[in-house]
Design a protein around this ligand. Structure first.
Ligand code: UTP
Length: 462
């Protein structure tokens, strides 16, 4: 790297008050210099200025009045009509699936992408395997093609792709599995300065699941969706093994109402549960984060005793392609979180802070909601569809997700007329795992139920 290049880097960084990032330049190897120069060259300085102003102005949550958003609890006949609509769309090949898997999974602390976590109760099938086999089962059931779009981040893209390769794409046709990377954003210290993670590298982290909107556009995914004649996209997160991918009823409701963006919602377990609730604000739909509700709002009850702000979102959505396209051109708000980020100090030493030292910035997908003219908030049964893996133990951990998977499969078996042995609390005493390609739901299972099934030790053999 020649002197003129370095001068240019000094000029750019100085213009933005970030010249400190070059303080170790003379000590860096040629490779380190190239890395740092690339990071500086590709820095989104406009976004950085926005982050600095977010820090300065510490935007308060909007104080406009909110009301609970209307939710859909379809009757049996409405459900049948919606299912028919959704199934027809899947059969016609108009439905695609989007998975956001670019997160860092820091709370879980698993080495590698979260989708590579072994989770199924008996086989230890991974989250990616569970999701992919559901899509494969849907393709077989409906005789259709379901393109699968997976968002990764620069930190886990290569490992994710290798994992899919090594596992033969879990049976999916690789030509229908598209990987694309989200953007990376820097973190700032309390003075709005970029953080060096070592002498020659800036700390960068994924720009939040809301980063998907820009990433879909920049990586040509919207064009790919158009080329494949998709109109409706089902969106979910990698950490939920219970998700009913491309649920035809949800898709059908969304389409029949002509919705732009739809949200699966479930009743909060208690007033303090940390789910964002669906609301109307100034006549527009929105999701208000748990932390933005006042204590009164969290606890307020209707005359019938139910919580006023009862319904929470679990980040399962349906989008129309037109809405995704329009949103991909808009700027989402920037959210900030104060976190611990190891850094390289002025002496060149790596410091592991014991209290938050850095501001990290993220965009959230649900901030697209206020732009949607028509929204369906569809109520689902949490125990059947939501059990996220966030922590290594305790609540929302692999152990709770496995127990919830077993309980769900036990309900399917019981509904099919088979008595699953259970303890005094109704908890199954056996481990159960049902491959999505064997049965996608209780109806499929009922058709396949056989008297030859038996329990061997604590395992049900089917
Ligand atoms: P979480 O907000 O739970 O974050 O992501 P996380 O990264 O998985 O875990 P923590 O907070 O570090 O412990 C919810 C979903 O959004 C995706 C995640 O992969 C997960 O599917 N996500 C999150 C992204 O794709 N990109 C991001 O920048 C953040």
């Amino acid at each position: 790297m020649c002197g003129a290049d370095v001068n240019r880097l000094r000029e750019i960084t100085a213009r933005h008050g970030q010249e400190h990032v070059l303080r170790f330049w003379d000590e860096l190897s040629e490779n380190q210099r190239r890395t740092l120069a690339e990071q500086i060259a590709s820095m989104d300085w406009t976004a950085l200025e926005k982050m600095k102003s977010v820090l300065k102005n510490k935007a308060a949550a909007p104080t406009d009045a909110i009301a609970p958003a209307p939710v859909e609890n379809p009757s049996e006949s409405e459900t049948t009509t919606a299912r028919n609509e959704g199934e027809t769309a899947i059969r016609k090949g108009q439905v695609g699936v989007i998975l956001v898997a670019g997160g860092q999974g820091s709370r879980l602390g698993f080495e590698g992408p979260k989708g590579c976590l072994p989770l199924a109760p008996i086989t230890g099938a991974t989250l990616f395997s569970i999701h992919c086999r559901k899509i494969l089962a849907l393709e077989r059931k409906y005789g259709s093609k379901i393109p699968f779009y997976i968002m990764t981040s620069p930190s886990n893209d290569a490992t994710t792709k290798t994992f899919f390769d090594q596992n033969s794409f879990f049976g999916l046709d690789p030509s229908r599995v598209m990987f694309f990377m989200q953007g990376m954003w820097p973190a700032l210290d309390e003075h709005g300065r970029l953080i060096l993670e070592d002498k020659g590298r800036l700390f960068m982290g994924p720009d939040g699941h809301g980063g998907i909107l820009a990433a879909l556009r920049k990586n040509g995914m919207l064009e790919d969706m158009t080329r494949r004649c998709l109109t409706t996209l089902f969106y979910f997160q990698v950490d939920n093994p219970l998700v009913e991918i491309a649920d035809p009823v949800f898709i059908g409701l969304h389409r029949l109402k002509g919705a732009d963006m739809s949200v699966k919602v479930c009743a909060k377990r208690d007033p303090d549960e940390g789910l964002g609730v669906v609301v109307l604000r100034n006549g527009r739909h929105a999701i208000v984060e748990y932390t933005e509700l006042t204590k009164e709002q969290k606890h307020e009850r209707l005359p019938d005793g139910r919580l006023k702000f009862l319904y929470g979102s679990v980040a399962i959505h349906v989008f129309s392609l037109d809405f995704l396209r329009a949103e991909s051109e808009r700027e989402l708000p920037v959210h900030v979180a104060h976190k611990k980020v190891p850094f390289c100090n002025a002496d060149g030493k790596i410091v592991k802070p014991d209290k938050p030292n850095a501001f990290k910035f993220e965009k959230f997908i649900f901030d697209a909601l206020p732009d949607a003219k028509v929204v369906v908030n569809y109520v689902f049964k949490r125990e059947d569809e939501f059990s996220p893996v966030k922590n290594s133990s305790g609540a929302d951990s692999p152990a709770t997700a496995q127990a919830d998977m077993i309980a769900k499969f036990a309900r399917w078996l019981n509904a099919a007329g088979w008595k699953v042995p259970s303890d005094a609390n109704g908890k199954p005493k056996v481990k159960i795992e049902i491959d999505p390609c064997f049965a996608l739901g209780p109806e499929d299972l009922k058709r396949k139920l056989s008297p030859s099934w038996k329990i061997d030790g604590d395992v049900l053999l089917a």
